[in-house]
Design a protein around this ligand. Structure first.
Ligand SMILES: [Fe+2]
Length: 363
């Protein structure tokens, strides 16, 4: 059987690689989308200096889990002010990069509700204009820097939209571990676990292929090894570099497979209980691992390599890994009753991501 792996994003990585944004944007007008705390860290000013006169617009009021209510105003203002700007540079974590992806796709009316209507109907949408996106992740986790997907929330309607268009692939990702040194420990852990979830979800996935497997295994091995060390030593640049590359590999893996059941469960946990994405998509990994085991011998072989000889041993090993990072692993730990947990799992299985899971009933 022939398989395909495709990813069009050019990646630059290494300490100090942020410097490249000057050369990469030469002769173009740039809008910067950056997380609000970056100004206090001196990062916004540093990037302003690197971009010089080509920088014409800054968006920095980024909310965690970007919501349509706030995006609408930002979007309309953005398109009014940046008509002659070709490039967006997005610097931040998943919420920042996802906001940039929502901004880059221009509607005919210049209004966000036009885009939102397309998202709500899950119809193919052809933007009338699309800007080029350069992503600079400041967390080792999201993978959004090398995928075309953005998650957009409508908390008022208890909905989550997935934006993905041919034009929302970033053109370039710059992975600079030095930018991750100041990340608080709890965000380091939650984003690192998001990356672990991406790696495992790429493995227990009906769309897995030999290239995504290679990337996902390497990512999972490195995260299992280095994230606990980084938890103890968050200023260690070498460990930051290992995690940055592991998250990139996990992102590349799931850019081809998409995510699966753990992410499908996470969306309900975020909507109903406000859980941070990285925790919401990782607390249930031992449970999902238990469901995946025994579905496909080739997947079992990989899971055995990562976690141990049999299902119970593997689940215990992954549970203990999460507990060492102070992450509780039961639905009840988050206030979810057993019947509600069952309902969340069943509805997650039916979701688009749930159907990517090897243990789901795809018939
Ligand atoms: Fe994720």
């Amino acid at each position: 059987m022939s398989t395909m792996f495709y990813n069009p994003v050019t990646t630059y990585s290494g300490n100090g690689s942020i410097q490249r944004i000057s050369d990469l944007t030469e002769g173009q007008k740039v809008a910067l989308v950056i997380f609000p705390e970056a100004r206090q860290l001196g990062l916004t000013e540093r990037i302003q200096k690197l971009l010089g006169k080509r920088l014409i617009y800054i968006v920095e009021d980024i909310q965690p889990n970007p919501d349509v209510s706030q995006l609408a105003q930002t979007y309309q203002q953005f398109w009014k002010q940046t008509a002659d700007c070709q490039v967006i540079v997005a610097v931040g974590g998943g919420s920042t990069i996802d906001t940039a992806k929502a901004l880059m796709a221009g509607t005919a009316s210049g209004r966000f509700d036009e885009l939102q209507a397309w998202l709500a109907e899950e119809q193919t949408f052809s933007p009338t204009h699309c800007k080029t996106l350069i992503t600079v992740p400041t967390t080792a986790g999201t993978g959004s820097e090398v995928t075309p997907w953005a998650t957009i929330w409508d908390h008022a309607r208890q909905k989550k939209y997935s934006l993905h268009l041919p034009c929302t692939w970033p053109s370039i990702a710059i992975i600079d571990p030095e930018l991750m040194l100041s990340l608080p420990v709890h965000i380091t852990i939650s984003t690192g676990l998001d990356a672990l979830s991406h790696a495992l979800e790429a493995i227990w996935n009906v769309n897995a292929n030999p290239v995504s497997d290679t990337l996902a295994i390497a990512a999972a091995e490195d995260i299992l090894r280095y994230l606990p060390e980084l938890h103890q030593d968050p200023r260690n640049l070498q460990l930051r570099s290992h995690m940055a590359l592991a998250a990139l590999k996990a992102g590349l893996a799931f850019s081809n497979t998409r995510t699966a059941l753990a992410h499908s469960i996470s969306y309900e946990m975020t909507l109903r209980y406000g859980l941070a994405h990285g925790i919401a998509c990782s607390f249930c990994l031992p449970y999902v691992l238990g469901l995946a085991w025994g579905c496909d011998p080739s997947r079992d072989q990989i899971l055995r390599r990562l976690f141990g000889p049999d299902r119970e041993y593997a689940q215990a090993a992954l549970t203990s890994f999460l507990h060492r990072l102070n992450v509780a692993t039961q639905f009840s730990d988050y206030g979810v009753s057993a019947p509600e947990a069952e309902q969340i799992i069943q509805s997650a299985m039916q979701g688009a991501r749930g159907k990517n899971f090897i243990g789901s009933d795809n018939t």
